[in-house]
Ligand binder design. Structure first.
Ligand code: NAP
Length: 338
């Protein structure tokens, strides 16, 4: 019998506004043992996503809510610890929605094999994982970017935004990033090759866009919603496409989501605003990951992961970094201790 237990973070209450420590409970269980057709996984890294805030709410969305008392849903990577499943062997590395815990039991459905020789494990939660897929399909399939387009990306120094902006550059677009703070803006310009960067915490976005996108915005990849969406709506070029990827500025709103008041610009610009959910593209993830990995190998796309140590007990406070903007690149929690 192992003396090590499986530490977990469970949803204790549905939050109002920003999640509080009291919305979580820490639990401990014996490490699961697989039965026939199952595998167990020792989790090494857990993905932190703004969408987690939505999963904590009751009510229908694109995915079922996490029930109070359940282990918090999370994408994670780890190593197969024991296997009674014909397709998985001990020592293989895998990704799935294993949850905020140290060990997971799975029947193999939705489990993907990953190769740490191609990229470090946290990268499979970011650029080679869900956020990279979101950037790729949002830009290429939903916005259908073309060379010469002016593409504006909000949340530009985050996981999805930094990948989206770089893919737009690879496709020959002029790219303007909107992010919070001088340091993030410098990173976009100096390391990622963006053409312009707007610090929404220090600048008037509408005025700054006039300079950064003098011919108007052909594609707006929106990760934040709220006031920034409204500002971009005033600068649309004819035929503009707005991808509604997310609205992180609204996820903790206590008085309802702020909708865009400048939406009549869509009429004037003959523009469209299209929502997307990355899971719809799951059958094509392999194809996208191969192309993204190629760009990384060629040095054309930089993947940055913001890895926080501290194990599952650090999950509640680490999640809040997404809403205060403390992360640069993909926020990941490291679970294994060595
Ligand atoms: N549709 C889909 O299928 C799909 C899939 C994955 C992710 N998403 C969405 O994509 C967006 C980005 O996700 P991510 O995982 O890449 O997170 P992220 O951008 O790495 O992290 C969140 C960032 O949001 C910014 N932010 C927080 N509060 C803000 C506010 N009030 N106003 C403006 N910016 C704010 C912060 O950067 P600053 O310092 O710049 O403020 C923070 O670093 C989210 O909206 C997420 O829900 C959608």
């Amino acid at each position: 019998m192992s003396e090590v237990n499986n530490h977990q973070v469970r949803l204790a209450a549905r939050p109002t506004g920003l999640p509080q420590a009291s919305d979580w409970s820490m639990a401990e269980e014996p490490i699961p043992t697989p039965s026939a057709g199952e595998l167990s996984v020792a989790i090494s890294h857990i993905s932190l996503d703004p969408a987690m805030r939505g999963w904590m709410n009751a009510g229908a969305s694109y995915i079922d809510p996490v029930e109070v008392g359940d282990v918090m849903r999370a994408g994670a990577v780890g190593c197969v610890l024991a296997s009674e499943h014909p397709d998985f062997s001990v020592g293989e590395y895998v990704y799935s929605d294993f949850g905020v815990q140290e060990y997971a039991l799975s029947d193999g459905r939705g489990v993907l094999k990953i190769d740490p020789a191609i990229a470090p494990l946290p990268c499979y939660l970011g650029t080679l994982g869900m956020t990279g897929m979101t950037a790729y399909f949002g830009l290429l399939d939903v916005a259908k970017v073309r060379a010469g387009d002016t593409v504006v990306v909000s949340g530009a120094a985050g996981a999805v935004g930094s990948a989206a902006g770089q893919i737009a550059k690879i496709k020959g677009c002029r790219v303007v990033g909107i992010a919070g703070g001088e340091e993030k803006c410098r990173w976009l310009l100096e390391e990622l090759g963006f053409d312009a960067a707007i610090d929404y915490k220090a600048q008037d976005v509408r005025r700054a866009l006039r300079e950064a996108a003098p011919d108007g915005v052909d594609v707006y990849f929106d990760n934040v919603g709220g006031e920034i969406l409204d500002a971009v709506l005033t600068r649309l070029a004819r035929g503009a496409r707005i991808v509604i990827c997310g609205a992180v500025s609204q996820y903790n709103a206590t008085e309802g989501v702020r909708g865009p008041s400048n939406y009549l610009s869509l009429l004037v610009a003959r523009a469209s605003m299209i929502g997307m959910v990355v899971f719809d593209y799951a059958p094509r993830f392999g194809e996208a990951a191969r192309e993204i990995a190629g760009w990384m190998q060629e040095g054309r796309l930089i993947s940055r992961e913001h890895v926080v140590d501290g194990g599952v007990s650090a999950f509640p406070e680490t999640l809040l970094k997404l809403f205060s903007g403390e992360n640069v690149g993909k926020l990941v929690l490291r679970v294994d201790a060595d």
